[in-house]
Design a protein around this ligand. Structure first.
Ligand code: ATP
Length: 359
């Protein structure tokens, strides 16, 4: 097991910054996902850790030791790439054994290690097959075995399942977590798929334009997104622009949200509120809250997704449980949990107390 530290990494190309200033710590045996839109610097960050890209400044430390001067093959890291990178002319055994042969390990040791690695990824007995005889999922399992067989201290995965169909992806994710937990290996996993990150990561680092916006456990990231970008990138968020009123509240569309006294906005103009779709209480037209109109309802199995129009041509998305009957037409919404943003940054979270007058 190993602890990884990225310390103020910067990487600039002629076209601009790939990484502006990234610092991150990954604990022993932890699985951290780098998540963000295309071009935000995820792959470059992973390549810096693996030694395939040299940063302009900053340091990469593993268990406190800088590895910056070591070439990839001398670092205690192993990488699995997006596309299958098996050698087509070699059988599975030789593909997996390659790293150990390079390190001139004795033959019996290699035999044993390859066998164990293939068992670990659920492909026992596949030694003599060729990559062309394997499915996409099996090829990525072999790639994983090839990475793990050298017993790296840090496993680096760059969208390893993005070429697989949706069902297989989910299964491979589950298998990967099981393997990662069993081996206890410190892992950095790059993805642009928030569902993938939320389902596998101990913590997620959300990246944007070469910077990390927030690093947190999945539930924390969902419940307390520190920036508007994270708020909209993870899950669905209704964001409504607002302004400060004379009595110290925020008026955002039809919602008036009292601000706690200790939450003084820094900027004057750019206040906004964010409400998750499941944080609304939806009642009939005589309920407590803000009047609206259910314009559209979609049944999504265990819950309903509603489009509700409010005064001022504001439209919000609302999720209601399947047990609640909903008809299109007039309704009332009460926001139970409101995130207040001052410019880009989270200012405070307000939970307006619900006191139903009638239903
Ligand atoms: P994706 O999800 O599309 O793979 P990413 O978040 O992994 O994107 P990177 O591949 O790290 O992003 O790229 C970050 C930025 O750096 C991009 O603007 C990219 O064009 C640029 N970049 C990356 N590698 C190079 C390179 N070798 N030369 C020039 N520019 C590069």
């Amino acid at each position: 097991m190993a602890r990884l530290e990225l310390d103020h990494i910067v990487k600039r190309y002629a076209s601009g910054y790939a990484i502006q200033d990234v610092s991150l710590e990954v604990g022993d045996g932890e699985l951290v996902c780098l998540l963000g839109p295309s071009g935000c610097g995820k792959t470059t960050t992973l390549r810096v850790i693996g030694g395939f890209v040299t940063p302009d400044s900053g340091d990469v430390r593993i268990d406190g030791q800088s590895v910056l001067r070591l070439p990839p093959e001398r670092r205690p890291t192993a990488m699995v790439f997006q596309r299958y990178t098996l050698w087509p002319h070699m059988d599975v055994w030789h593909n997996v054994a390659f790293g150990l042969e390079l390190r001139r390990r004795p033959r019996p040791e290699i035999e044993k290690a390859v066998k164990q690695a293939l068992e670990l990824v659920g492909l026992p007995g596949a030694e003599r097959r060729h990559p062309s005889q394997l499915s996409g999922g099996q090829q990525q399992r072999v790639a994983l075995a090839r990475a793990l067989v050298i017993e790296p201290r840090i496993l680096l995965l760059d969208e390893p399942f993005s070429n697989l169909d949706a069902q297989l992806r989910v299964r491979m994710r589950e298998e990967l977590i099981a393997i990662q937990r069993r081996v206890g290996i410190t892992t950095v996993f790059v993805t642009h798929d928030q569902e993938e990150a939320l389902s596998i990561a101990d913590r997620i680092a959300v990246m944007r334009a070469g910077l990390i916006e927030q690093v947190a456990a999945p539930s924390e990231l969902y419940d307390r997104p520190l920036t508007r970008f994270v708020a909209t990138f993870i899950g669905t968020m209704n964001l409504i622009d607002g302004r400060r009123t004379a009595d110290g509240s925020i008026q955002a569309g039809p919602f008036r949200v009292p601000l706690p006294p200790d939450a003084a906005p820094r900027s004057e103009g750019s206040l906004s509120i964010g409400i998750r779709p499941e944080d609304f209480i939806l009642t009939g037209p005589n309920g407590t809250g803000v009047p609206g109109r259910v314009a559209h309802a979609t049944d999504l199995g265990h819950y309903r997704r509603l489009t509700v129009t409010l005064e001022g041509e504001i439209t919000v998305t609302v999720f209601t449980p399947k047990s609640q009957s909903v008809t299109t037409g007039p309704c009332v919404l009460w926001p139970q949990r409101v995130l207040v943003y001052d410019g880009e940054r989270l200012l405070t979270i307000v939970e307006p107390r619900y006191a139903p007058s009638s239903v």
